[in-house]
Design a protein. Structure first.
Length: 378
């Protein structure tokens, strides 16, 4: 008996599954520059907040589906401080079990079967899989290097499209967008009645100007919502905490769905999130660590023959290579023990690139570069 649904069978293999299988066959010690899992510890002030909150019996009860009001108020304060955007904590903010929770479920609440969803390529694989699982049809939007990995809005056919996933600063390309681009995006969305689903998980991992918010644009809140992650900003990947903000009707739709799917976020984790948002210097120090690692990796890979354009944000380097990106990654792993992610994992337009991650200690990055110099032909 076939026990898998047609929707599940139609999903592509998750990109890291194939690399994981290859890693099992490598006998030497591995340096993993593939996955984007922050290696820095969660700050002690956040951990202390969790410990204190656990002693409060109230946090052991079912939390509100829309999160503690105190957390939503803190998110509103953070948004005002960071983006100068005013949000209502009552109906324009929704805490999530990580941003992936919202991204993977939002379409169930806003599209109908056979609606088209614009999906960037290369892009975070969940955009496409979430579309398929919700019964939608992915319509691929190429992100090309010659366009700075930004979509060409003038060449998108919007017919039948209900929503548009976008992600800047971008995974995997490390591209950023400007306020001018977001103005054009809002105009595009208004003209074509398309909901913008803006993934801003890397908003605080930047090395140049602060990345902008869709909600900074006049009318932005009318056409979409944004997703944020505590994983990337505060090294809380395993804690599963994030939030979305924006259009109150879309927020309410997602909340209505989630009341049928989960029972909210553990109260102590929410208290820890409140403390995290009060950050008084940790995030700035984290950026310095990633910038130092970026300089080490970029300089080293340039000396190995890679063409490196320094990114302005994220903790990734997305570099062009010759030939198959999977074959390149497999050969690199076998020859040096260094893991990178093939660009094809992020869609067909990711072919011809590989992604290096900065989420390993300085000495591991230095060793990876040394191994590549010594034992690998680009």
């Amino acid at each position: 008996m076939n026990r898998r649904s047609d929707r599940l069978k139609s999903l592509p293999e998750y990109p890291f599954a194939r690399i994981t299988r290859l890693k099992k066959g490598v006998k030497r010690d591995i340096i993993d520059l593939g996955i984007g899992d922050p290696d820095l510890p969660t700050p002690e002030y956040i951990i202390s907040s969790l410990k204190n909150a656990i002693d409060d019996p109230i946090t052991h009860q079912y939390p509100p589906y829309n999160g503690y009001l105190s957390l939503r108020k803190e998110i509103a304060l953070w948004y005002k401080k960071r983006f100068n955007v005013s949000l209502s904590p009552h109906n324009e903010i929704l805490p999530l079990l990580g941003s992936k929770d919202g991204i993977s479920h939002i379409l169930f609440s806003i599209i109908n079967p056979s609606d088209y969803v614009l999906v960037p390529d290369p892009g975070y694989p969940v955009y496409k899989s979430a579309t398929i699982l919700a019964g939608g049809i992915p319509k691929i939007v190429p992100l090309l290097s010659q366009n700075g990995f930004l979509p060409d809005l003038d060449n998108i056919d919007p017919k039948g499209c209900k929503a548009f996933f976008l992600n800047y600063p971008n995974n995997p390309t490390a591209a950023v967008c400007s306020l001018d681009f977001l103005k054009n995006l809002v105009s595009f969305a208004r003209k074509n009645n398309i909901i913008i689903l803006f993934d801003l998980a890397y908003s605080e991992v930047y090395f140049d100007e602060k990345p902008p918010s869709l909600l900074q644009i006049e009318g932005g809140i009318d056409v979409g919502i944004e997703f944020h992650s505590f994983s990337k900003t505060y090294n809380m990947a395993g804690w599963r905490l994030g939030f979305c903000v924006g259009n109150r009707d879309i927020i309410q739709s997602l909340l209505s769905l989630k009341t049928n799917l989960d029972s909210g976020i553990f109260g102590a984790v929410q208290h820890a999130g409140i403390s995290a948002l009060k950050d008084e210097g940790f995030v700035e120090e984290m950026r310095k660590v990633y910038k130092r690692r970026l300089d080490i990796l970029a300089s080293g890979l340039s000396s190995c023959g890679f063409k490196v354009d320094m990114p302005k944000a994220t903790f990734y380097l997305f570099l062009p290579i010759k030939g198959s990106s999977f074959d390149f990654s497999e050969r690199l792993l076998k020859d040096t023990g260094v893991v990178v992610t093939p660009g094809i994992s992020f869609g067909e337009y990711g072919e011809g690139f590989v992604r290096f991650s900065l989420t390993s200690p300085d000495d591991k990055i230095e060793e990876a570069v040394a191994r590549i110099k010594k034992g690998f032909r680009i």
